[in-house]
Structures are given as C-alpha cells and as structure tokens.
Design a protein around this ligand. Structure first.
Ligand code: BDP
Length: 722
C-alpha cells in the first residue's frame, strides 16, 4: 500500500512537473522549490512555521501568499500555526492587529518609517527565536512578506535579519495606455488586460495575479485608461466596472485612478463649455467626483493630458494649465484624491524647439497649483527616446511637486521584441545632477521631495502589460515592470542589484547563469542606443508606429514630428544646435549643467548631437572624425546584440526550453533589426556626409531606397484614430 501510494505521488509529481508550462505567467513570483539542496535544508531547518495575527482582506492575502510561497519554495505544505510554539517561527502583523507584536515595543522604530514601510527583525517570543514582519498598516506587512519571500527566492541568508524599509515616494503608479475597446496605445504585449465588456461580473483571475505582482514590488496605484482619454469611462456604466477592479486591488494596497478627458462636461455632461472657471463646469466636476467616490470610496484621482497632441484642455478657453488642474483638484480634494497633470505639452503652432516648450509653459506656473496636484514630467524633454538628457523642469519648480514619468513599454526601444533592460536608463536619469541648489541636487532628490520639501511625491511608469501569456510579450520585459516598482520604492537601488534580484527569482540563482544574464541585461541599454540613436541623435524612427528606422521622415502634419527636424543633417554636418547659436534650450538648465552641455568639448558624448550641430569631420576625443564615430557606434550596437545571443545560447542547459527558445528567437529578431537600423541610418546619413563607411564597419546590405520603401501598416500599438 505504502509503495503504491509513493509510486502514485512520484508519477503525479512527474506529470505535474512536466505539464507545468514555462510560459512566464508566474512572473517573478514562481516559488519553485529551492534547487540547491544545501540551501533548501538550511531554510527547512530555519523556518519552523508561520503565524499571521490580524483579520482584514489584506491579512487574507498575506496568508495566501505565505502559504503559496513557503510551501512552494520549501517543497512541503506548510500550514499556519496557532501560536509561537517552536523555534524559527515567522510572525507577521501590526502592533494593533497582533498582541504578540504589540508586546515587542517596536512602535518607536515603526514611527521613523513612512506609512507603508515595514520592519523585518528577529526577537525571542515565548522563549522561541522568531522572525517578525511588522508595519504600521496591513499593507506594510504585505510588502514585508514579499520581501521575506524574495530573500528565499534569491537564496539570501535569513538569520540575523534586521531590515527596515520605507518607500522613497508616496505614489508609485502604473499608467496603462489602455483603450475601452481593449487596444493598447504603444502596447506590444497583446490587448488590454481589462476585460471591460465582461466586467463587473466576471473577475478574471489575472486581475488578482496582476495585483500580487504589483504589491510584490510596492506599486500602489494604477491608472486604468489611456492618457488620450475617452470620457465614457466617467459614466456609471464604466464606473461600475472600474469599481469592480478597485475591489480586487484594494486588499493589495493598490488604488485605482482614471484619466479625465477635459471636455467630458461637454461630451457626456451636456454642457456647452468645459471652461475651468465656469461655475457650472466646476459644479459638474464636483458632482462627477462625488459620484465616482460612491462607486470607489478610495478612488486615487485623475491623470490628465491636456492641450497636448490634440487633447482638449484649459487653453481652449484661454485658461492656464493651473486653472485646469486646480478645478479637478478641488473636485477630488475633500475625498483625499490627487490630480496628476502631465507636462508633456507642445504647442499646436510649433513656435519653438519642442524640447523647450514644456519648461516655458510650466515654469511660470510654479506655485500656482493646489496642494493635491502633482505635475507629471517625462524623464526627458522630447519623448521617451532611447536616451535623453534629463528634463530641465526637474529642479526648476521648487513649489510644485514634480512626479517622474518613465515609459516601461518600449515604444522607442525596440517595442515588443528587443531585450532592453531599462534600469540603467532610469538610473542615469535619477542620478543626474540638476545643480538646482548646487552640487548633489539629483533628479532623485527632486522626485523624492527632499530637495524642495514637496508634500506629495510620486513616480509613474507607462505599463508594458497586455494579454500575452507572459504579460509583457518579451520575457525580459518583465524585468522592466519589476525595475519600475523597485526603483519607485528605492530610487538609489543600482541596476545591478535589481537585475540580480530579478534573475534569481525569474531564471536562475546559479552564479554562472546569473553572470551571463546580468551582463546581457546591463549592456542592453547602451546597445540599443548605439544601434538606434548614438551620440545624442534622437527621434529618427519610422513615422506613426515608431517601428524601425526612419531618419528620412520629412513629410508630416507638423515639422516637429519629422526626423529631419531633429537630426538636422546637411552637407556640413549633423545634430540639433541647442546652444545660444541655435534654439538655446541649454539655457533652461542650471548654469553648471548649461555650461557643460553647451560646449561640445565638455558635453558628454552621449548627448553631443542632442545639443550640437557638428561637422562630419569634427574631431572627437577618440581622435576619430564624427562620421566614423557614428558608424563605429552603430556597429558596436549590432555587435553587442550578437554578444547577447552568444551569452544566451550558452545557457541552453540552464533554462527551460520554452522560455529559452522564446528569448532566443526574439534575440534573432533583435539582431536583424539592429542591423537594419545601422544599415538604414548609415546609408541615409552618408548621402550628406559623402564619406566612406570606415573600416571595421559592415557595409549596408541594401540600398537606401530599399529601406525607405519598407512599410508596416499593421505594426502594433499605433494610436487609434477616433
Ligand atoms: C508619445 C506617444 C503617444 C502618446 C504620447 C503621450 O507616441 O502615443 O500619446 O507620447 O505621452 O510617446 O501622451
């Protein structure tokens, strides 16, 4: 009998193991049994059991996660115990939910943390050495639980734990550019995960897994809808659906936000105007806010794109951005809501270098916004390019909380199929010194509020999530979602540490495998910059869909949507002169930065052609002439992708076949497209430079005409035209 049942267990586990699809659905929350036998034993011996003291929907979530995580990682079902009755217990709760934790007097320590912070520490409870996970509020305990599970997932030591963690910013928010018809603007991972039509009745299981994933990295807000907004989402029919999602997310500490179309009072309210100073309009928004809060009592607030790329806004009525933002802020203020007002604006009339316009528009409004408004600023002044110098608004608005907006979806970075780890990009921006108050005034210090004492703080990330089984299309896209959450929590985390955590949780803790994957990831951003837009080039992609190279794009409804506007190539040279002989955008930076960027000699190479128009034979520090240097960079980009391929191929025996093959084939696409970028750009720029492709750089495979004639009418993620 015994033998038979053992046999059954073996067969059963064999079958379940082999049918466990490695499709990436589990993200970084895989919880597979710890592979290393010694490590597994250490954990099994150290963890005596667990006890969660507290009753609330969040505590329910905590229990489930612990059960799932511990049982999975330790390879044995681990039920919750009733009391601290043996060594090595894990005890979780808040001082108010748990009498045992209350007796440990951790309040003073907890008081030093932000609301969502947590502590993991070790103490003796009922004579037993015990690991305590505690926080001021339930959700902090949930964050602590995820931290603890991460330690196991990444094979860290769990003795002598003394961890204290607190988020750098208050609002850590995903922005979904999802439309009500389930298309996703700039989405490369399928359709929208919000199944609007079947909501509110049908709660798809992936909503819960989405919430788990976000909570595991500290994300506490989600804007469900596109910034190019549809007013219908503010009607009761959709509010009921949004409320159903909010109910799912609440126990995970995640608030729901919506995009507010500025003309909604006209479109769905039947008013004749949306003028923010019109009392009837104000009244309409107040009532709308009240209605929303009836559906969603903890509604987070509004995200608004106004007077930008055709979206309506206060300027349609001769009012300012502050007038518009304040009206909405007043409507949600009594409910505790906030308004995230985007600074991504540029005028219909194209009066100025586009890079200067947001600053010119917003800087004079510093201090004019209500306390519950944050101005949400993209990391750079143009538009999520592969690389941009930091936005000059950072540091320039001491009286207005500025919120960072990063783009996680890779609109300009190879879209759905290129492996590009974004942590180095985010890190580069956050660690840039604005010199707003002398040296050391980094962008991170602006965003976390410490520089100007902002009362509210936040970071937004445009999501890369869709209905693809692995959520992000590319398995490595998951790392960018992960990075966003981790960096919003801790802006000083290094790219390397984030990569290591994610690799350990997602692929492998084996040192050799980690080294290879880490190298691939850490070099990938520089690679894509090299094969797309080296040395400060920008905005030279295909028109509309933004897929592939298009440096020749010249015919568009407005000049600042073309490529030629940005690269300015002519027979003398290339680059956008943003010094005082040109648009003088450089002047928007604080003097030490302006001086540095303003001279080609001191301007970092990576921003050279962003700020300077230089001759083709300009002598670089490397002694190469500019033309050759550009060509070498393109080649280096392609070479890096080939190196990535080599590294990945060496991992075949370490990674499950399903994910291995998936990534491998995407790398093949990336290599082909890196080559395409190099060839198309060099061919095109050569028509101006008239110089030969230097030795060591592979000659373009096709003619310029060939590349120019490629067309992709069905490339994914295009903006719908309604
Ligand atoms: C650009 C996108 C466009 C967005 C816009 C925005 O191409 O689809 O609507 O940004 O951020 O990057 O509003």
């Amino acid at each position: 009998m015994k033998v038979n049942s053992l046999f059954f267990v073996l067969i059963f586990s064999f079958v379940t193991n082999s049918i466990q699809a490695e499709d990436g659905y589990r993200l970084w929350l895989r919880y597979d049994q710890v592979k290393d036998a010694q490590q597994l034993n250490t954990y099994r011996e150290a963890i005596g059991g667990w006890l969660v003291e507290g009753e609330s929907p969040t505590f329910e979530v905590i229990r489930k996660e612990l059960q799932l995580g511990l049982s999975g990682l330790l390879g044995a079902y681990m039920p919750s115990l009733q009391s601290v009755e043996q060594d090595g217990m894990l005890l979780a709760g808040t001082p108010s939910s748990s009498p045992l934790i209350a007796s440990l007097n951790l309040n003073a320590q907890l008081d030093t943390l932000a609301d969502e912070g947590y502590i993991i520490t070790q103490k003796t409870v009922n004579t037993h050495p015990t690991t305590i996970i505690t926080a001021k509020h339930d959700v902090g305990v949930l964050y602590g639980i995820f931290h603890y599970l991460r330690l196991l997932q990444t094979h860290q030591r769990i003795d002598k734990l003394s961890i204290q963690s607190t988020p750098d910013v208050m609002h850590r928010v995903l922005n979904h550019w999802d439309n009500l018809d389930r298309t996703v603007e700039r989405g490369y991972a399928g359709f929208s995960i919000w199944d609007w039509h079947r909501l509110p009745e049908y709660i798809a299981p992936h909503y819960i897994d989405y919430a788990r994933a976000n909570a595991s990295i500290g994300i506490n807000g989600t804007v469900l809808t596109n910034v190019n907004a549809n007013a219908l989402v503010l009607t009761p029919h959709y509010l009921e659906k949004a409320a159903a999602l909010a109910d799912v997310f609440r126990p995970f500490g995640i608030k729901v936000y919506l995009t507010a179309r500025f003309s909604a009072p006209v479109e769905i309210g039947g008013l004749e105007t949306a003028d923010p100073l019109d009392p009837e309009v104000q009244q309409w928004w107040n009532e709308k806010a009240n209605e929303i809060y009836e559906f969603i009592p903890d509604f987070g607030g509004f995200l608004v794109k106004a007077n930008s790329e055709g979206q309506p806004g206060p300027q349609n009525y001769g009012r300012t951005h502050a007038d518009g933002a304040n009206m909405l802020a007043d409507a949600v203020a009594e409910h505790g809501g906030i308004v995230m007002w985007r600074a991504f604006v540029y005028s219909e009339e194209e009066p100025e270098d586009r890079a200067k316009q947001a600053y010119n528009e917003f800087k004079p409004l510093d201090g004019a916004f209500r306390d519950n408004v944050m101005v949400q600023v993209k990391n750079g002044a143009i538009d999520f390019q592969p690389r941009e110098p930091f936005h000059p608004l950072f540091g320039a608005m001491p009286q207005t909380p500025l919120m960072m907006e990063f783009q996680i979806t890779q609109e300009y970075l190879g879209q759905g199929t290129h492996l590009v780890f974004l942590a180095p990009l985010f890190e580069e921006v956050l660690q840039s010194d604005t010199y707003a108050q002398g040296e050391g005034a980094t962008v991170a210090k602006v965003i976390d509020g410490s520089l100007h004492n902002y009362q509210i703080t936040g970071m937004a990330g445009v999501a890369n999530i869709g209905t693809d089984r692995n959520w992000t299309g590319h398995h490595f896209g998951q790392a960018n979602w992960y990075t966003f959450g981790r960096m919003a929590w801790d802006m000083n985390m290094s790219s390397r540490d984030i990569a290591d955590e994610w690799i350990g949780m997602t692929f492998s803790n084996d040192e050799g495998a980690m080294r290879n994957i880490r190298t691939m990831m850490l070099n990938s951003h520089e690679a894509v910059v090299n094969y797309m837009t080296p040395l400060g080039l920008h905005h030279i992609m295909g028109a509309g869909h933004h897929y592939g190279p298009g440096p020749w794009v010249a015919e568009m409804p407005r000049a600042d949507w073309t490529s030629v506007y940005y690269h300015q190539a002519d027979k003398e040279g290339i680059g956008f002169d943003r010094t005082e002989t040109g648009s003088n955008a450089v002047e928007q930076y604080f003097p030490p930065v302006a001086r540095k960027f303003g001279e080609p000699e001191s301007c970092p190479n990576k921003y050279l052609l962003w700020f300077h128009h230089l001759d083709w034979d300009y002598k670089m520090k490397s002694d190469n002439i500019l033309w050759d240097e550009i060509a070498f960079h393109y080649q280096a980009g392609v070479d890096s992708v080939r190196l990535m391929q080599e590294k990945w191929n060496s991992l075949e025996s370490e990674i499950d076949q399903e994910r291995f093959q998936h990534v491998k084939s995407f790398l093949e696409i990336q290599e082909k497209e890196a080559d395409w970028w190099k060839d198309a750009c060099l061919n095109y720029f050569q028509t101006f430079s008239k110089l030969p492709i230097p030795e060591g750089v592979e000659k373009p495979e096709e003619s310029l005409e060939y590349y120019q004639n490629l067309s992709f009418p069905f490339a994914p993620g295009i903006r719908p035209r309604w």
